[in-house]
Ligand binder design. Structure first.
Ligand SMILES: [Zn+2]
Length: 225
Protein backbone atom coordinates (compact mmCIF):
# COMPACT_ATOMS: atom_id res chain seq x y z
CA UNK A 1 0.00 0.00 0.00
CA UNK A 2 1.53 3.21 -1.28
CA UNK A 3 0.19 6.76 -1.44
CA UNK A 4 2.62 9.25 -2.97
CA UNK A 5 5.95 8.90 -4.78
CA UNK A 6 7.84 12.18 -4.82
CA UNK A 7 10.73 14.19 -3.43
CA UNK A 8 9.73 15.71 -0.11
CA UNK A 9 10.88 17.81 2.82
CA UNK A 10 7.98 17.47 5.19
CA UNK A 11 5.87 14.31 5.38
CA UNK A 12 4.13 14.16 8.79
CA UNK A 13 1.70 11.40 7.79
CA UNK A 14 4.43 9.26 6.21
CA UNK A 15 2.60 8.94 2.91
CA UNK A 16 5.52 9.73 0.61
CA UNK A 17 8.24 7.49 -0.80
CA UNK A 18 11.10 9.13 -2.68
CA UNK A 19 11.39 8.19 -6.38
CA UNK A 20 14.77 6.61 -5.74
CA UNK A 21 13.55 4.47 -2.87
CA UNK A 22 10.50 3.46 -4.90
CA UNK A 23 12.71 2.26 -7.78
CA UNK A 24 14.79 0.33 -5.27
CA UNK A 25 11.67 -1.36 -3.90
CA UNK A 26 10.53 -2.34 -7.41
CA UNK A 27 14.01 -3.67 -8.15
CA UNK A 28 13.88 -5.66 -4.91
CA UNK A 29 10.59 -7.29 -6.00
CA UNK A 30 12.00 -8.11 -9.42
CA UNK A 31 15.19 -9.58 -7.94
CA UNK A 32 13.03 -11.98 -5.95
CA UNK A 33 11.15 -13.05 -9.06
CA UNK A 34 8.05 -11.12 -8.03
CA UNK A 35 5.85 -9.18 -10.41
CA UNK A 36 3.72 -6.17 -9.40
CA UNK A 37 0.14 -6.07 -10.69
CA UNK A 38 -3.13 -4.28 -9.96
CA UNK A 39 -5.69 -5.80 -7.62
CA UNK A 40 -8.23 -6.85 -10.26
CA UNK A 41 -5.50 -8.75 -12.09
CA UNK A 42 -4.22 -10.30 -8.85
CA UNK A 43 -7.72 -11.50 -7.92
CA UNK A 44 -8.37 -12.88 -11.42
CA UNK A 45 -5.09 -14.81 -11.16
CA UNK A 46 -6.00 -16.01 -7.66
CA UNK A 47 -9.40 -17.22 -8.85
CA UNK A 48 -7.58 -19.22 -11.54
CA UNK A 49 -5.02 -20.56 -9.05
CA UNK A 50 -2.24 -18.64 -10.83
CA UNK A 51 -1.27 -15.96 -8.32
CA UNK A 52 2.17 -17.34 -7.59
CA UNK A 53 4.87 -14.68 -7.98
CA UNK A 54 2.36 -11.82 -8.19
CA UNK A 55 2.22 -8.91 -5.74
CA UNK A 56 -0.68 -6.45 -5.71
CA UNK A 57 0.53 -2.84 -5.75
CA UNK A 58 -1.92 -0.12 -4.69
CA UNK A 59 -1.75 3.67 -4.50
CA UNK A 60 -4.39 5.47 -2.42
CA UNK A 61 -5.76 8.98 -3.05
CA UNK A 62 -4.78 9.44 -6.72
CA UNK A 63 -1.94 11.95 -6.32
CA UNK A 64 -0.65 13.59 -9.50
CA UNK A 65 2.76 12.06 -8.75
CA UNK A 66 1.24 8.65 -9.47
CA UNK A 67 1.05 9.77 -13.12
CA UNK A 68 4.35 11.67 -13.20
CA UNK A 69 6.59 9.51 -10.95
CA UNK A 70 5.11 6.10 -10.11
CA UNK A 71 3.72 5.05 -13.50
CA UNK A 72 6.90 5.74 -15.52
CA UNK A 73 8.85 3.59 -13.02
CA UNK A 74 6.20 0.84 -12.99
CA UNK A 75 6.18 0.76 -16.79
CA UNK A 76 9.99 0.50 -16.90
CA UNK A 77 9.74 -2.61 -14.73
CA UNK A 78 6.83 -4.04 -16.74
CA UNK A 79 4.64 -3.79 -13.62
CA UNK A 80 1.13 -2.44 -13.19
CA UNK A 81 -0.84 -1.27 -10.16
CA UNK A 82 -4.21 -0.03 -8.90
CA UNK A 83 -4.75 3.63 -8.06
CA UNK A 84 -7.71 4.51 -5.81
CA UNK A 85 -9.04 7.91 -6.83
CA UNK A 86 -11.16 10.33 -4.75
CA UNK A 87 -13.79 11.14 -7.37
CA UNK A 88 -14.97 14.45 -5.88
CA UNK A 89 -11.42 15.84 -5.75
CA UNK A 90 -10.13 15.15 -9.25
CA UNK A 91 -7.70 17.88 -10.34
CA UNK A 92 -7.78 19.39 -6.83
CA UNK A 93 -5.64 18.62 -3.76
CA UNK A 94 -5.73 16.54 -0.53
CA UNK A 95 -8.03 18.88 1.42
CA UNK A 96 -8.93 16.05 3.85
CA UNK A 97 -5.65 16.10 5.76
CA UNK A 98 -3.51 18.74 7.45
CA UNK A 99 -0.23 17.67 5.84
CA UNK A 100 1.50 19.39 2.91
CA UNK A 101 -0.76 20.11 -0.05
CA UNK A 102 -0.32 17.60 -2.82
CA UNK A 103 -2.02 17.93 -6.21
CA UNK A 104 -4.36 15.12 -7.28
CA UNK A 105 -4.57 13.69 -10.80
CA UNK A 106 -6.63 15.52 -13.40
CA UNK A 107 -9.13 13.79 -15.69
CA UNK A 108 -6.48 13.70 -18.43
CA UNK A 109 -3.91 12.13 -16.11
CA UNK A 110 -6.44 9.51 -14.96
CA UNK A 111 -7.14 8.58 -18.58
CA UNK A 112 -3.42 8.50 -19.37
CA UNK A 113 -2.56 6.12 -16.52
CA UNK A 114 -5.47 3.86 -17.46
CA UNK A 115 -4.15 3.87 -21.02
CA UNK A 116 -0.74 2.84 -19.65
CA UNK A 117 -2.33 -0.32 -18.21
CA UNK A 118 -3.01 0.84 -14.65
CA UNK A 119 -6.27 -0.06 -12.91
CA UNK A 120 -8.25 2.96 -11.72
CA UNK A 121 -10.63 2.24 -8.83
CA UNK A 122 -12.63 4.21 -6.27
CA UNK A 123 -11.57 5.74 -2.95
CA UNK A 124 -14.99 7.35 -2.44
CA UNK A 125 -16.15 10.88 -3.30
CA UNK A 126 -14.77 13.05 -0.51
CA UNK A 127 -12.32 10.90 1.45
CA UNK A 128 -14.56 10.63 4.51
CA UNK A 129 -14.44 7.75 6.98
CA UNK A 130 -17.42 5.66 5.86
CA UNK A 131 -18.13 4.60 9.44
CA UNK A 132 -19.18 8.22 10.11
CA UNK A 133 -21.66 8.47 7.24
CA UNK A 134 -25.44 8.06 7.33
CA UNK A 135 -27.11 5.50 5.08
CA UNK A 136 -27.82 7.94 2.26
CA UNK A 137 -24.35 9.51 2.29
CA UNK A 138 -22.75 6.07 2.41
CA UNK A 139 -24.61 4.99 -0.72
CA UNK A 140 -23.63 8.20 -2.50
CA UNK A 141 -19.95 7.83 -1.56
CA UNK A 142 -19.96 4.36 -3.09
CA UNK A 143 -22.31 4.68 -6.05
CA UNK A 144 -21.56 8.21 -7.25
CA UNK A 145 -17.79 7.79 -7.05
CA UNK A 146 -18.05 4.66 -9.13
CA UNK A 147 -20.40 6.21 -11.70
CA UNK A 148 -18.27 9.33 -12.15
CA UNK A 149 -15.05 7.34 -12.57
CA UNK A 150 -16.78 5.08 -15.10
CA UNK A 151 -17.78 8.26 -16.97
CA UNK A 152 -14.17 9.44 -17.02
CA UNK A 153 -12.78 6.06 -18.07
CA UNK A 154 -15.60 4.69 -20.18
CA UNK A 155 -15.02 1.29 -18.62
CA UNK A 156 -16.25 -0.57 -15.53
CA UNK A 157 -14.77 0.30 -12.12
CA UNK A 158 -14.73 -2.81 -9.94
CA UNK A 159 -12.53 -1.97 -6.94
CA UNK A 160 -12.82 0.19 -3.84
CA UNK A 161 -10.45 1.17 -1.02
CA UNK A 162 -11.84 2.35 2.35
CA UNK A 163 -10.63 5.86 3.26
CA UNK A 164 -8.44 5.60 6.40
CA UNK A 165 -8.86 1.81 6.22
CA UNK A 166 -11.94 1.96 8.43
CA UNK A 167 -14.83 -0.38 7.74
CA UNK A 168 -17.21 -2.41 9.86
CA UNK A 169 -19.66 -5.05 8.65
CA UNK A 170 -22.10 -2.30 7.61
CA UNK A 171 -19.65 -0.58 5.23
CA UNK A 172 -18.36 -3.88 3.84
CA UNK A 173 -21.92 -4.98 3.06
CA UNK A 174 -22.68 -1.58 1.45
CA UNK A 175 -19.62 -1.86 -0.82
CA UNK A 176 -20.73 -5.32 -1.90
CA UNK A 177 -24.31 -4.10 -2.44
CA UNK A 178 -23.03 -1.18 -4.56
CA UNK A 179 -21.68 -3.78 -6.99
CA UNK A 180 -17.93 -3.61 -6.33
CA UNK A 181 -16.14 -6.88 -7.01
CA UNK A 182 -13.52 -6.29 -4.28
CA UNK A 183 -12.41 -3.78 -1.67
CA UNK A 184 -9.05 -3.05 -0.04
CA UNK A 185 -8.79 -2.51 3.69
CA UNK A 186 -5.61 -2.23 5.77
CA UNK A 187 -5.95 -4.53 8.74
CA UNK A 188 -9.47 -5.97 8.58
CA UNK A 189 -10.80 -7.84 11.61
CA UNK A 190 -12.25 -10.40 9.23
CA UNK A 191 -10.44 -10.45 5.89
CA UNK A 192 -12.41 -11.25 2.77
CA UNK A 193 -12.83 -10.21 -0.86
CA UNK A 194 -14.40 -6.93 0.30
CA UNK A 195 -11.90 -6.43 3.15
CA UNK A 196 -8.51 -7.32 1.69
CA UNK A 197 -5.54 -6.76 4.00
CA UNK A 198 -2.65 -4.61 2.80
CA UNK A 199 0.81 -3.85 4.08
CA UNK A 200 2.02 -0.25 4.34
CA UNK A 201 5.26 0.45 2.47
CA UNK A 202 7.13 3.63 3.35
CA UNK A 203 10.28 5.54 2.60
CA UNK A 204 12.24 3.72 5.32
CA UNK A 205 11.55 0.31 3.82
CA UNK A 206 14.73 -1.09 2.38
CA UNK A 207 15.69 -4.73 1.84
CA UNK A 208 15.58 -6.06 5.37
CA UNK A 209 12.32 -4.34 6.33
CA UNK A 210 10.73 -5.35 3.03
CA UNK A 211 11.67 -8.95 3.69
CA UNK A 212 10.04 -8.84 7.12
CA UNK A 213 6.93 -7.14 5.74
CA UNK A 214 6.58 -9.65 2.92
CA UNK A 215 6.91 -12.59 5.31
CA UNK A 216 4.39 -11.06 7.71
CA UNK A 217 1.93 -10.38 4.91
CA UNK A 218 2.26 -13.99 3.70
CA UNK A 219 1.56 -15.24 7.21
CA UNK A 220 -1.53 -13.04 7.56
CA UNK A 221 -2.77 -14.18 4.16
CA UNK A 222 -2.26 -17.85 4.90
CA UNK A 223 -3.75 -17.76 8.37
CA UNK A 224 -7.10 -16.71 6.95
CA UNK A 225 -7.38 -19.48 4.32
ZN1 LIG B 1 -6.79 7.80 1.38
Amino acid sequence: MYHSVDHYRDDPHLVTVSPRRFEGQLAWLRARGLHGVGMAELLRARDAGEERGLVGLTFDDGYADFATRAVPALVRFGFSATVFVVSGRIGSYNAWDDGPRKPLMTVDQIRTVAGAGMEVASHGRHHVPLTETGGCELREELEESRASLEDVLDRPVTGFAYPYGVATGREIEAVRAAGYDYACDIRPAEPGRHALPRTYVGDRDRRLRLRVKLARHELRRRSRV
